[in-house]
Design a binder for this molecule. Structure first.
Ligand SMILES: O=C(O)CCC(=O)CC(=O)O
Length: 266
């Protein structure tokens, strides 16, 4: 178990794979912790690549400083963790909120980032009314109050028939309500359209055909901002295709890494 003091937040992080390998950093979505990536990591090679993941502040085992947060704080946490671990030229895989962190970090510290996978995310997600409504609901009734609706957005119809759904619902409802709300404020205040349009780096988007949070059109539009970016649509998956379709997710990720020689170019 690893714990890093990022200043006003303490971050829980984990490392897998080859300690001497090329770094791949994973960043989670709202309401999840670093276990989000378990199924994908099981399918990735043990040699040549070093996998780093962490719990965003307000989530998992990381601390939950008083909110609201700005996206800048979430980006700075990640920057500090990567500096602490002396990571350079990493491929950064960010899902939803994690994808916003990826965009901001690439704009701020391109030296840290060799390429980005922007999964189930956008340059801007939702609008102020939508986020304020959800923050109010959680303030009044806790995360439980929004959990069923969230499962509808996160997972495909078929996944709702599985017993596993309850596990992910538990992950959501066991997050800190204060941390969850504080991160919603960060997303609500984020619009990356202008800055992401200036990014020039290898990039791939991943969307889920049944994503009720960040639908395929939103991801396609985002990838249209970055010249040369790839785009993959994963069918039979909602907002978390790394959970529902980990084989395909790992295959797309490996294809992207291979296409830029990450982990194979010495
Ligand atoms: O998943 C995220 O990081 C933000 C997008 C969202 O609202 C997810 C959800 O529907 O709960």
């Amino acid at each position: 178990m690893n714990w890093f003091d990022a200043g006003d937040a303490q971050l829980h992080w984990r490392e897998d794979g080859d300690p001497d390998g090329a770094p791949v950093v994973f960043s989670n979505s709202l309401g999840t912790d670093l276990r989000l990536w378990d199924f994908v990591l099981e399918r990735l090679p043990k040699k040549g690549l070093r996998y780093i993941r962490y719990d965003t502040r307000g989530h998992g085992l990381s601390s939950s400083p008083d909110g609201p947060y700005g996206m800048g704080a979430l980006i700075t946490d990640t920057e500090r963790l990567m500096d602490h671990l002396e990571l350079k030229d990493a491929v950064f895989v960010g899902l939803s909120m994690g994808g916003m962190i990826a965009q901001g970090l690439a704009v701020k510290r391109l030296d840290l980032i060799r390429g980005v996978v922007l999964s189930n995310t956008g340059a801007k997600i939702g609008n102020a009314d939508m986020w304020n409504e959800r923050i109010d609901a959680v303030t009044a009734g806790g995360i439980e109050a929004v959990a069923d609706a969230t499962m509808e957005r996160w997972f495909s119809k078929a996944f709702h028939e599985t017993a596993e759904l309850q596990m992910w619902r538990n992950m959501l409802t066991r997050q800190s309500a204060e941390g969850y709300n504080a991160c919603m404020s960060a997303i609500a205040g984020t619009d990356m359209i202008t800055v992401t349009s200036g990014l020039r780096l290898p990039a791939m988007g991943i969307a889920g055909s049944e994503d009720g949070s960040t639908p395929p059109d939103m991801v396609r539009e985002l990838m249209g901002l970055i010249p040369g970016a790839g785009y993959e649509l994963i069918r039979k998956a909602g907002h978390l295709p790394c959970v529902e379709q980990p084989d395909l997710y790992a295959q797309h990720l490996m294809r992207f890494l291979d296409s830029i020689g990450h982990g194979t170019d010495g």
